[in-house]
Design a binder for this molecule. Structure first.
Ligand code: AMP
Ligand code: MG
Length: 335
C-alpha cells in the first residue's frame, strides 16, 4: 500500500482556548458536532479529538498533525460497555478492560461490523484501538458529545507529546478549532497499547501509563514483541524517531558534557550544569513520567532547539519501561 503524507497546508482556524466550565464544554461539543477539531486533556496526554464516525473530520486530524496516513488513531469512549461494542476482545481483553478501564490502557481488536467508526481511524487495518479515559474533563466531554472521539496525541507528527494546553497551542495554534484547558496531565505518558494474538494471549504493542508488571498481575502472560521498523510498524507510534525535541538526546549519561543540558533522575550531585531539570529527585518513576515531556520541551527551549540534552539512566521497572521507550525514540536518528 502506498501511503501519502497529508502535507497540504490547512486553512487558518482561529484556535479558541475553552475553559474548564459548562460553557467551555458546550462550546467544545458544538465544534465537535459540526466536524471540527478540539484538543482535550486526558490523564495520559492531550488528545486531538474529532467525531470518530466522521471520515472528513478524522482526515482533518491527519492534516493538522501532518500524520502519516498509515498510522491509525485511538478511539475514545465513555465506558467499557461502549468500548466492547466497537471491537471483539478475547477473554484476556475483557479482563483487561474490567481491571484498567477507565485508565491509561488502549485495547486493540478486530473492529465490529456495526461499529459505525469511520474506516480512516483504522488506516487500512482490520483492527481498531479503543480507550476509556479516566480524566474528569475527558469524561465530561465524551458524555456531552455522546459519541466516540478519535484522538491521537495533540502534537505535530513526530514531536514531543503535549501535557499542558500551552503545549497544544505551541504545536497546533491556527490549525484546530480549540483546546479544552484542563491544566497538566497527571500520568504524562501515552497509554499502554495491548493487542491480542490469534490464541487470545495479550501482546504489549506500546509500553505506557499502565506498567507491564500490573498487566501481568491481572492477565498472567503478556507477550512482548515491540517491533521498531519504519516500513511495517505493528503499533505505528513505533516509528523509531518520535517524541523528538530539536536538540539531540544522549542517553544513560553519567554527567552533562560541557555546554550540554541535563535531564536528571534521582539525587543529583552538585556538579550539574546551569541548564538542568530533575524528573524526580527522590527517584519516583510516576513523578518522572508526569514531567518527562514538559521537561524535554523546556530544555529544548532553553537550548534554542539545538545542542545536546544528556539524560541520566532511568530504571527499566514499572513506568521506567515507557519512559525509556520514549527517550530512546527521542534519541533515535531523525528521518
Ligand atoms: P498517538 O498518536 O500518540 O495517540 O498514538 C496512537 C497509537 O495507537 C499509535 O502508536 C498507533 O500506532 C496506535 N494504534 C492505533 N490504532 C491501532 C491499531 N489498530 N493497531 C495497532 N496500533 C494502533
Ligand atoms: Mg503521538
Amino acid at each position: 500500500m502506498s501511503v501519502p503524507l497529508y502535507l497540504h497546508p490547512m486553512k487558518d482556524r482561529n484556535t479558541i482556548r475553552f475553559s474548564d466550565s459548562d460553557r467551555g464544554i458546550r462550546a467544545a461539543t458544538f465544534f465537535l458536532r459540526k466536524g471540527g477539531l478540539v484538543a482535550f486533556p486526558t490523564e495520559t496526554v492531550y488528545g486531538l479529538g474529532a467525531d470518530a464516525r466522521n471520515e472528513r473530520a478524522v482526515a482533518d486530524i491527519y492534516r493538522a498533525k501532518g500524520r502519516p496516513a498509515h498510522n491509525p488513531v485511538i478511539v475514545h469512549v465513555t465506558d467499557s460497555a461502549a468500548g466492547t461494542m466497537l471491537i471483539d476482545l478475547p477473554e484476556a481483553g475483557m479482563k483487561a478492560a474490567k481491571a484498567f478501564w477507565p485508565g491509561p490502557l488502549t485495547l486493540v481488536g478486530p473492529v465490529r461490523g456495526d461499529s459505525g467508526i469511520a474506516p480512516i481511524c483504522r488506516a487500512g487495518a482490520e483492527t481498531l484501538a479503543v480507550r476509556v479515559p479516566e480524566h474528569r474533563l475527558a469524561q465530561t466531554l465524551l458524555k456531552a458529545f455522546a459519541g466516540p472521539l478519535a484522538a491521537p496525541s495533540a502534537n505535530r507528527s513526530g514531536q514531543v507529546s503535549p501535557t499542558h494546553a500551552d503545549h497544544v497551542m505551541e504545536e497546533l495554534n491556527g490549525r484546530i478549532d480549540g483546546v479544552l484547558d484542563g491544566g497538566p496531565c497527571a500520568v504524562g505518558l501515552e497509554s499502554t497499547i495491548l493487542g491480542f494474538d490469534a490464541d487470545g494471549t495479550a501482546r504489549l504493542l506500546r509500553p505506557g501509563g499502565v506498567s507491564l508488571e500490573d498487566l501481568e498481575r491481572t492477565l498472567g502472560v503478556v507477550r512482548s514483541g515491540i517491533i521498531i521498523d519504519d516500513t511495517a510498524p505493528s503499533a505505528p507510534g513505533q516509528l523509531s524517531s518520535h517524541y523528538a525535541p530539536g536538540a539531540r538526546v544522549r542517553l544513560n549519561a553519567d554527567a552533562p558534557g560541557l555546554g550540554e543540558a541535563w535531564l536528571g533522575f534521582g539525587p543529583d550531585p552538585d556538579r550539574i550544569s546551569a541548564i538542568s531539570i530533575n524528573l524526580s529527585p527522590s527517584g519516583n518513576l510516576e513523578e518522572a513520567g508526569t514531567h518527562l515531556f514538559a521537561a524535554l520541551r523546556q530544555l529544548d527551549e532553553w537550548l534554542n532547539g539545538s545542542g545536546v540534552i544528556a539524560v541520566a539512566p532511568i530504571p527499566q521497572s514499572g513506568l521506567g519501561q515507557a519512559i525509556n521507550d520514549r527517550l530512546r525514540r527521542a534519541a533515535a536518528p531523525r528521518t
